[in-house]
Design a protein around this ligand. Structure first.
Ligand code: AMP
Ligand code: GLY
Length: 422
């Protein structure tokens, strides 16, 4: 079977890496891919948001399955367009992807189906939003309703910060149209974890849990990023907790979405807060986490292509997943300056040496220039390793990081600290 993966990050490199192992695969394409993906797939010069181009390519190449990595093309309707053209796709319809595309809709779904989450209210009018803050006090959380590249959430310690957040989102339009509406939420406390389930419209199959580190610097300090490292499994989610998450959060969501006429197909990524009262939903994403996907793919023993195909064909009830019991951990290497402004084009050496000890260097933002690998983004590499326990996996990952020769790059030195402290 020919497969096309859409996207260009570390997540897509990990998906390609896992799919490439499938005996079912005859040819792997990635649009647009990156410098590392080019080693295992044919990179096609199509942007992930070029929906016309992707549908045309999939038709002309007779692609058997399209796997969509990022949220933007899903929210824009790529899966609908492919299905209409008769091409199988792993990823939700635009209507179902609104579970990530609109925080307000996601919260309304939770309210309707009794899914545990922070208390909330939605506002499209600034004064009413501020009045709600006056009544409820702080700490409180203000969120732009729409997609804001992970930056639309403002945690407010006091009321003045919350008023300023409303002005920032609604009056200064810091996130454009995504901030025409806001969601204001109760501030939850607890330990955060990411939980992933595969869904075929009707059946949900738990994948695994992971934890990431969003802050740029050691000790979870500094500005938020897309994620500076991740590991799986997450010790905070044991077997009993996973069962509770499936029963109280994932399954009611899948049933509710089917009942509402927007069945979900793809991977459902639940950002959770494990509170004293049990697991509560922070947010849903309609895609794999990046970098969570990298350790997940390293631990997965089952044939990923078969599993994704079963999800696309509504046969997940036939699937049982096999996992490596070891822990896997990814350390992200980013260009100096990220998540602020940074330069592109610096040369990276030592990748082969880093992989010699068994780690895998997933490329997140690189490009090839002849034999050279050049940095081409903020997050550039995700150095990922597997070993018995998070501590050993971390050692192995950092041993590999030490082999990378890239003066313009940096990484956190404490990925996994929460799991190791336990
Ligand atoms: P989100 O983009 O919705 O995942 O939010 C980004 C981060 O903000 C989350 O990973 C949490 O750390 C934090 N956060 C979001 N909503 C809440 C909440 N209601 N209470 C506490 N922290 C939150
Ligand atoms: N690492 C968090 C995310 O992908 O949203």
């Amino acid at each position: 079977m020919k497969v096309l993966v859409v996207g260009s990050g570390g997540r897509e490199h990990a998906l390609c890496w896992a799919i490439a192992k499938s005996p079912k695969l005859t040819k792997l394409y990635c649009a647009p891919g990156n410098g590392g993906i080019a080693d295992i797939a044919e990179c096609v010069a199509l942007n992930a948001m070029d929906l016309d181009g992707i549908v045309e390519f999939a038709k002309s190449e007779k692609i058997g399955l399209v796997v969509v990595g990022p949220e933007d093309p899903l929210v824009a309707g790529l899966a609908d367009r492919l299905s209409k053209a008769g091409i199988k796709v792993f990823g939700p319809s635009a209507a179902a992807a609104m579970i990530e595309g609109s925080k307000g809709l996601m919260k309304d779904l939770c309210a309707k189906y009794d899914i545990p989450t922070a208390q909330y209210a939605r506002f499209d009018e600034c004064d009413a939003a501020k009045e709600y803050i006056r009544v409820h006090g702080a700490p409180i959380v203000v969120k732009a309703d729409g997609l804001a590249a992970g930056k639309g959430v403002i945690l407010c310690r006091n009321e003045n910060e919350a008023y300023a957040a409303i002005d920032h989102i609604m009056i200064e339009s810091a996130f454009g149209d995504a901030g025409a509406e806001v969601v204001i939420e109760e501030f939850m406390t607890g330990e955060e974890a990411s939980f992933f389930a595969l869904v075929d419209g009707e059946h949900a199959l738990p994948l695994a849990a992971a934890q990431d580190h969003k802050a740029a610097f050691d000790g979870d300090e500094g500005p938020n990023t897309g994620g500076m490292g991740a590991y799986s499994p997450a010790p905070v989610i044991d077997k009993a907790m996973a069962a509770r998450i499936m029963e109280t959060i994932i399954e009611p969501t899948i049933r509710g979405m089917a009942e509402d006429g927007t069945p979900y197909q793809g991977v459902l990524f639940a950002g959770l807060m494990i509170t004293d009262e049990g697991p509560k939903l922070i947010e849903y994403n309609c895609r794999f986490g990046d970098p969570e996907c990298q350790p997940l793919m390293m631990r997965l023993k089952s044939d990923l292509l078969e599993v994704l195909l079963a999800a696309a064909e509504g046969r997940l009830d036939e699937v049982e997943l096999e996992w490596n019991r070891n822990a896997a951990l990814a350390v992200v290497m980013a260009t100096e300056g990220y998540p602020g402004s940074y330069d592109k084009g610096s040369e990276i050496n030592g990748i082969a040496a880093a992989e010699a000890g068994g780690a895998v260097v997933f490329h997140a933002g690189t490009k090839r220039d002849g034999d050279r690998i050049l940095a081409n983004g903020g997050r550039v590499l995700a150095v990922t390793a597997m070993a018995p326990g998070v501590k050993k996996a971390r050692q192995k990952a950092y041993d590999a990081v030490a082999e990378i020769d890239w003066p313009e790059g940096f990484c956190r030195s404490d990925i996994g600290w929460r799991a190791i402290d336990r």
